[in-house]
Ligand binder design. Structure first.
Ligand SMILES: [Zn+2]
Length: 132
């Protein structure tokens, strides 16, 4: 897959906005656990409210992680935060290194290469193949 690094990042605005929204949902769910549990522990019927709060939080966490895992990069079309079975909520695409705020930032002169991107075969590798 050839990725055009020179394309204007503002063309990816809709896809990047979707990624940012799913990241925000994930972090709000994660950070919302403690205050929700503190409120549940202060209630008069502690066992019931702690059970309801934890169950609701667990379902929301599973949903948030699933949505964050499945969101696609607008540039390369791969899963933005997922490489194989590994979920890594970094701020750059794991496949093409597109930044999650690329449409809001100035273009990078030397964009970093993807840490987990597919290896591209060089011309030397092609020469090493046996000729048939
Ligand atoms: Zn990408």
């Amino acid at each position: 897959m050839k990725i055009d690094q020179a394309t204007d990042p503002t063309t990816y605005r809709a896809g990047l906005k979707k990624i940012r929204m799913r990241r925000w949902f994930l972090w709000v769910v994660i950070l919302g656990y403690l205050p929700a549990m503190l409120i549940a522990l202060d209630s008069s019927d502690v066992r019931t409210w702690v059970t309801i709060t934890f169950s609701t939080w667990l379902v929301l966490l599973i949903l948030a992680v699933a949505l964050a895992c499945l969101v696609r990069c607008p540039r390369c079309g791969e899963c933005f935060h997922t490489h194989g079975p590994t979920f890594l909520p970094f701020r750059r695409c794991l496949h093409c290194a597109l930044h999650v705020n690329a449409d809001k930032r100035a273009p990078e002169d030397n964009p970093p290469e993807a840490k987990f991107g597919k290896k591209q075969r060089s011309a030397n590798d092609q020469d090493k193949q046996p000729k048939t």
